[in-house]
Design a protein around this ligand. Sequence first.
Ligand SMILES: [Zn+2]
Length: 219
Amino acid sequence: MDLKKAISEIRSQLSWDIKEEEKGDFFSIDSNPISKVHSISWPSKDSQFGEPTDIEVLHELVHALFVEKIHPLFSDSHFKRGTPEHWAQAVGCACYFATDWFVDHRIFELVPEEKKEEIRMKFEFLCESIKEKPPSGDLFSFISTGLLIAQAIKYLGMRIQTSGKLKEVVDAFLSTDPSDPTIKRLEQIVNKIIKVYSPLCVRLVKEGEFEVWEIVRRE
Ligand SMILES: [Zn+2]
């Protein structure tokens, strides 16, 4: 299947409204199960990312599909009311990339060659930027690097040696089967990732009509 066809096929399976807007330099999706609207933000055209590519569009649409077919927490993460902000931030990073593990696998199933090429390019870019300056060590880059290495191993068959905490994050991804996304599996992988750098963990709780993440200290 080509990318354009995959995009129209996923769009045809969505029944909620989609609001797309261009802002900042971030890709994000937030899906509201009450109003049944997916709000997708693209980086602005003059940001370092430029216009979203077809595979980036497909990525956000697959998040939307998983929201409708599996669980709203497959787009943005929502935490129980009263969750301390710094806890939500620490855990939110793990949730963001954990959902991507499943979303990217679906994209690999739809357009394997294009997905492999994207991983190859991102991996080369990562290697180049590490040569220029050492990684900053922030949580977002740390987990995204772990995800990318896990994908390079899984889909490109690359042999990449890692150690320490980075290896633990890579293993957290690789030990989770992405081919059958469920909310239980999402909870498990989020907890495997958080365990690498924090004493916290998440569990699903009901808040009103919907389920959100509650963050607690690991026992
Ligand atoms: Zn994503």
